[in-house]
Ligand binder design. Structure first.
Ligand code: ADP
Ligand code: MG
Ligand code: MG
Length: 612
């Protein structure tokens, strides 16, 4: 898609509300057509890929969001990747132009990540930098953005359409958002459905002089208060998508990756600053859940019959596999499902001669519990046999830890896929490779060995909660299955990330050790043996699979506490900066030095250690 290829005009909130049921019903029908066409699809050549989000900043003379990013979209040409616009006008998403084959070779992935950074950088104007941090540390602080230099197509300008301003709050700035109207309208509709501003409270990192006074700006002492979606969706991540050989495999992998997603979150921890203040958490997940929380007051009230325990950005609440390993009792978090849509799904499936099992039906009940956030007036009445827009409407605004992706259109050559969505953006290409390859091998191993990672959903949710704790990577224990064999007793252990990855004496072998065994059996490669030899003799030739150890070492060092997470490194950078005043505030000078240091690390000009 070009930067502003789609300039369709979204309906207003009242119209959207009135059409919600229609869109949902037709979304279900569209899904059923996809399901009917592709349910028996078998693909032996499967692919995978990633999506890397980045910030374009200007640091001349001080760090600001560069809202005029379209010059990059309009001129950039690359064989390696394509650029896609994102939520913020300053944000870029870079996706490999062709998905990867399953070769196990990290070099191809590394070169692609490097090409993305180097190419985009080469297009950057003087003073603009490509920032790979997860959060822009000064969002909404002082003079924090370079204003747009001209009005963009499709923009709902503040003067032209003052009515859309009021629901978004007094400080809302349209120009911060991608000018495609869908972003502003989604924000607006979230706020209108909720009935009030969104609310994010992140515990502040308490230092000697941290103010715990109640002020207009910080009405919740002890917390960093944020009330606009951009504080969540203006952050970046690294997402990995895996192709599956068939529907059954995609469903199973979705469940397994859901559990896995809860440990890559703390492993990738990269957030320490929000709104110019040091936070007492290392990850952005809770912030995201709250940033798009469109539940009405009743839906947020645990004593109400309409109660919904989670926002539309959340970890999934129902497993979807139909394999026998997936026991109904694992779905132990009480959540409402959209029963009416499930009934429609059942009836329509019958009419269409499709068998729709209970788990698939309840997955639809989970997705379609949400209302559409945005509807385009000219795309309401469409042919459900050839279009998938109403299904995609709900699918793409259920922002979960994992996404079970049907083929993206009726004519698609892409099959069933699974997306892992919890990895925080990393600074270096090597770190990105580490997370992509680690996730890819776990997915491959799980599929080939039929490993069973099932935990009751309540325990996955608990893992997400623990991941929020500062320094969770070293201080927290996470639920994990004691035995990952296909048929294994339901025993769960609480282990540190080091134990989950590297093993715990007699009780758990460790994911990486299982991976080494897998490589021996599956590919005949003794990774550990080869890697040990290479460490003694740098010239020793190793299999391309063994080259992954260079990247896995990054993860191993993190879980052992030998190197800090990006979040811990950022916090430490601020705490020891001479201009930091021990008040939890990250002032402009500190932020500028931090951004320069992070950029130098991403560009391989400096290392983390240079600043430690
Ligand atoms: P979304 O934003 O909906 O998650 P994107 O279009 O931005 O989707 O990214 C799609 C992801 O799917 C990318 O990581 C891409 O590499 C990957 N991908 C593309 N084609 C295939 C395929 N045939 N099999 C598996 N993954 C694929
Ligand atoms: Mg994407
Ligand atoms: Mg994605």
């Amino acid at each position: 898609m070009g930067y502003l290829a789609d300039t369709a005009h979204p309906l207003n909130y009242e119209q959207t509300k009135a059409l919600a049921r229609y869109i949902k019903e037709h979304g279900i029908i569209q899904f059923l057509h996809l399901y009917k066409k592709f349910k028996d699809l078998q693909q032996e050549n499967i692919f995978w890929g990633d999506e890397l989000e980045l910030h374009l900043l200007n640091i001349n003379p001080l760090p600001r969001l560069q809202l005029n990013s379209e010059y990059i979209f309009n001129s950039l040409i690359s064989d390696h990747f394509t650029l896609q616009p994102e939520y913020g006008a300053w944000m870029l998403e870079a996706v490999p132009s062709k998905p990867y084959e399953f070769t196990g070779d990290p070099e191809i992935i590394l070169q692609n990540f490097k090409a993305r950074r180097d190419t985009i950088k080469s297009y950057c104007k003087e003073g603009d930098v490509l920032f790979s941090g997860t959060v822009f540390p000064l969002l909404k602080v002082g003079d924090y953005y370079v204003p747009t230099t001209h009005e963009k197509a499709g923009n709902i300008s503040e003067e032209k359409n003052p009515k859309v301003i009021s629901p978004l709050g007094p400080n809302f700035k349209h120009e911060l958002l991608n000018p495609h109207p869908r972003y502003a309208v989604s924000c607006e509709n979230i706020r209108l459905r909720r009935g009030e501003m969104v609310k994010m409270l992140i515990p502040i990192y308490k230092d000697e002089k941290t103010s715990l006074e109640k002020t207009d700006e910080e009405p919740y002492p002890g917390f960093i208060h944020m009330d606009e979606g951009i504080f969540g969706t203006g952050n970046t991540s690294l997402q990995v998508t895996f192709g599956a050989r068939n529907l059954d495999e995609a469903r199973y992998l979705t469940d397994q990756m859901s559990v896995f997603s809860s440990i890559v979150l703390p492993l990738s921890a990269a957030c320490a600053i929000f709104k110019g203040k040091l936070a007492d958490t290392d990850v952005r997940w809770d912030l995201l859940c709250n940033s798009v929380d469109c539940r009405s007051q009743e839906e947020r009230d645990p004593s109400s019959s309409k109660y919904r325990p989670k926002s539309r950005w959340s970890s999934i609440s129902r497993y979807i596999s139909n394999r026998e390993q997936c026991k109904e009792e694992y779905n132990d978090v009480a959540i409402p499902l959209e029963k009416e849509m499930m009934k429609i799904a059942e009836e329509k499936a019958k009419e269409m001669g499709i068998e729709l099992d209970e788990r698939m039906k309840s997955h639809l009940g989970f997705l379609f519990l949400q209302d559409p956030l945005i509807i385009y007036g000219d795309k309401v009445f469409v042919d459900d046999e050839t279009n998938t827009n109403h299904f995609e409407n709900l699918q793409s605004t259920n922002w979960n830890n994992v996404r079970f992706k049907p083929p993206p259109g009726m004519d698609s050559e892409i099959g069933w896929r699974v997306e892992l969505r919890t990895i925080e953006a990393q600074l270096t290409a090597e770190e990105c490779v580490a997370f992509c390859m680690f996730s890819y091998f776990i997915a491959e191993m799980v599929v080939k060995r039929e490993y069973n990672l099932y935990l009751p959903i309540s325990k996955v949710d608990e893992n997400f909660k623990r991941a929020q704790v500062r320094n969770a990577i070293l201080t927290q224990k996470f639920w994990w299955r004691k035995d990952m064999q296909k048929e294994s007793p339901d025993e769960y252990l609480e282990m540190t990330l080091e134990e989950i990855l590297l093993g715990k004496s007699d009780s758990f072998p460790g994911l990486l050790n299982l991976f080494y065994e897998f490589c021996k059996e599956e590919y005949g490669v003794d990774i550990q043996g080869e890697w040990a030899k290479k460490k003694e003799d740098a010239g020793f030739q190793v299999n391309k699979l063994t080259e992954n150890m260079k990247y896995f070492d990054i993860l191993i060092k993190r879980v052992k506490g030998e190197v800090p997470t990006i979040a811990a490194w950022i916090r430490n950078f601020v705490l020891k900066h001479p201009k930091y005043e021990k008040d939890s505030t990250v002032n402009t000078e500190v932020a500028l030095d931090l951004i320069k240091a992070m950029t130098a690390i991403s560009d391989n000009e400096k290392t983390y250690e240079d600043f430690m």
